[in-house]
Design a protein around this ligand. Structure first.
Ligand SMILES: Cc1cc2nc3c(=O)[nH]c(=O)nc-3n(C[C@H](O)[C@H](O)[C@H](O)COP(=O)(O)OP(=O)(O)OC[C@H]3O[C@@H](n4cnc5c(N)ncnc54)[C@H](O)[C@@H]3O)c2cc1C
Length: 399
């Protein structure tokens, strides 16, 4: 089982931090669409942006389960804080620690710990979302260097990022196998970040476009072997999805907690609305679904920590938890009535924020494709000719 006292102690610490430090600024971040700079510094100081950094580079080296609990507890109060931490860890620190060369790790990771440097993950492009194999950004060889051109859209954390990892086509005509990835510093000439996007929710979270305009990169900027970029990014997303599931879980739990408290206090027809069976059933359904989602998310994290194959579980965890998140935040607004529609009570923010969980790191439709492919893998093996079998069994599916 995944429960252990160490994780629960950590949960209590993060919950206290979220309630004491994040809660007072969460609403303002939503209204101003800016991440609070003091809060960002606190996330850095407390090593929350490098939870997954290995100990050999100075990091706390937490396991996935502990990281997931951090994202859940932060999101219970503020989705923007949850996604900022989730992206910095599972889309930043984790791929560098797992796919970077020794030199790249030494260059990037110690700063992630001592300075709280943030690494961003650039995969999505205007023409390549769910179909990340359609990447158009390209890097060509020039005098032993690489010349990178293109753009990435909807990227999380770019305005306070130090390092960028991004995919680009290096062998045109080879499809997904011609995609490589690169890591470079934000100060590299030719790199720029667009304006902050205006979004439905997660207003505090920084989202923007990355522009690559004739960026000259040394051979050492290639991230892992040439042609492995697509695979690396798909594997990264398998893990990242557990974090998005945790975010949905936290947003749902936060909405349920508010709804329970409100239902106990709000009196109509001479008694608390919590006395009404209609309200009780809503609360019961919310709590049951949250508990089921928590099992899926924690189980996926636990399987990853134990070195098992977890792509199917992480897709299920993200798919289910994000739909539970939508259901619970919607029901919470209903339980609060008109007060739920007002920004002061936070549940409408959770409702807006949780929608991202059905889109980011692979939409719900894509998660269903991933799950179905795993279910049908053996069937495909039986009916497909040997030449296609290998691809079907090993190739990561789209995000
Ligand atoms: C707030 C936010 C933060 C993000 N952060 C990052 C980040 O840090 N890094 C990064 O690289 N990306 C990031 N993304 C991008 C995100 O991963 C993509 O938006 C997502 O993968 C979907 O791609 P798309 O938006 O192009 O939608 P599309 O791929 O255009 O999909 C549109 C619709 O078509 C459906 N669809 C597409 N293909 C299929 C299919 N084969 N079968 C059935 N339905 C299909 C989709 O499910 C969806 O409903 C972020 C997005 C958001 C909104």
């Amino acid at each position: 089982m995944w429960w252990n006292p160490k994780v629960e102690i950590f949960r209590r610490e993060i919950r206290a931090f979220a309630e004491e430090v994040v809660a007072p600024v969460a609403q303002r971040m939503d209204e101003t669409s800016e991440f609070d700079s003091d809060l960002l510094q606190q996330l850095r100081d407390r090593h929350l942006l490098c939870l997954l950094c290995p100990v050999e580079y100075g990091g706390p080296d937490y396991d996935t389960l502990t990281y997931v609990v951090a994202v859940e507890e932060l999101s219970r109060i503020c989705g923007s804080t949850g996604i900022t931490v989730a992206a910095a860890n599972s889309l930043g620190v984790w791929p560098v620690a797992n796919f970077g060369s020794k030199a790249q790790k030494e260059m990037v990771l110690p700063g992630a710990v001592t300075e709280g440097h943030v690494i961003v993950f650039g995969l999505t492009e205007p023409g390549a979302g769910s179909d990340a194999g359609g990447t158009k950004s390209a890097a060509s060889r020039q005098d032993g260097d690489w010349l990178l051109n293109g753009s990435k859209c909807f990227i999380t954390n770019p305005h306070f990022a130090e390092w960028i990892i991004a995919t680009a086509v290096t062998r045109p005509g080879e499809g997904k196998h011609g995609i490589s990835s690169f890591v470079f510093h934000k100060s590299t000439t030719g790199f720029s970040v667009g304006k902050r996007e205006h979004k439905l929710g997660l207003h505090g979270s920084d989202t923007a476009t990355l522009h690559f305009d004739n960026i000259r990169l040394s051979a050492g900027a290639l991230f892992g072997p040439e042609g492995e970029g697509f695979k690396q990014f798909m594997k990264t997303l398998d893990g990242g999805r557990i974090g998005i599931g945790a975010m949905a879980l936290g947003l749902a739990q936060g909405a349920l907690d508010i709804a329970i408290e409100y239902a106990g206090k709000r009196r109509q027809f001479g008694r608390p609305i919590a006395d009404q069976q209609a309200i009780q059933w809503k609360l019961a359904d919310m709590a049951t679904q949250i508990e089921a989602a928590r099992h899926l998310v924690y189980q996926a994290a636990d399987t990853k920590d134990k070195g098992g194959s977890f792509a199917r579980q992480s897709a299920m965890a993200k798919l289910y938890a994000s739909e539970v998140g939508r259901f619970c935040t919607y029901q919470a607004i209903q339980i609060l009535g008109g007060a739920g529609y007002m920004t002061a009570n936070r549940v409408e923010r959770h409702y807006r924020d949780v929608k991202l969980c059905e889109i980011g790191e692979g939409t719900s439709e894509i998660q269903r494709i991933v799950i179905a492919r795993h279910l049908l893998k053996d069937f495909e093996r039986a009916v497909e000719p040997a030449a296609t079998r290998e691809v079907a069994a090993t190739e990561p599916v789209e995000i």
